[in-house]
Write a protein that binds this ligand. Structure first.
Ligand SMILES: [Zn+2]
Length: 205
């Protein structure tokens, strides 16, 4: 029988009380962005009710607005099912998000949408590698902020080994960004490569 959230919390809390947190060697990782001693926060109990995420039920959903009009919404590529936006505030050579045009979370996609999503993830990596000096892209779906499905796609500069792995998005929060026009210019390059691979549309102008 799987644990309920309350059972999970009771068991983990009791183990923490008895033995404390597990030993972590994060500070020894070359990719860990910070120095200094880490102190874990006390573990909080589960909420009775999960809070609504942004755009719950499609109401006032900013991502739906871009899905309806990708050109006005600032998308850098789109087709009938999906659009791609660029992470304009990012410090990285590549940061983008892939989203369905309609309001849907991951488990809501039709088989056709899921198939196109898989094709796009592969093509975006290929297009980005063809136009930028990056080794590969990282793919993350957190999903806790907004209900409308959004995949975060990141890449570090080739050879920047310190940025490898789990902490790339944290490094991105710390490192200074670039001029928006430079980010957009790079996005035009990889979006054009994407069109060559999977079709779709680019913004005018
Ligand atoms: Zn939406």
């Amino acid at each position: 029988m799987p644990e309920t959230p309350a059972q999970w919390y009771a068991r983990v809390s009791a183990a923490l009380e008895a033995d404390g947190y597990r030993e972590s060697d994060l500070q020894q990782w070359s990719s860990w962005p910070w120095t200094g001693t880490l102190t874990p926060k006390p573990l909080e109990p589960p909420a009775e009710v999960e809070p609504d995420r942004h755009g719950a039920g499609g109401v006032d959903c900013r991502s739906c607005a871009t899905g309806l009009d990708p050109q006005a919404g600032g998308a850098v590529w789109w087709d009938d099912l999906f659009y791609v936006g660029a992470g304009l505030d990012s410090s990285l050579p590549f940061a983008a998000f892939l989203m369905p045009r309609r309001h849907a979370d991951l488990g809501d996609l039709t088989a056709a949408e899921a198939a196109r999503q898989g094709e796009l993830l592969t093509a975006i990596e290929d297009a980005a590698r063809a136009s930028l000096s990056i080794p590969r892209i990282q793919v993350a779906r957190w999903g806790d902020g907004g209900e409308h499905l959004h995949w975060w796609l990141y890449a570090r500069p080739t050879g920047m080994l310190q940025l490898r792995g789990t902490f790339l998005s944290h490094w991105d929060d710390l490192l200074p960004g670039r001029a928006t026009e430079e980010v957009r210019a790079d996005a035009r390059l990889w979006a054009a490569e994407l069109v060559q691979r999977v079709g779709g549309q680019l913004p005018e102008g």
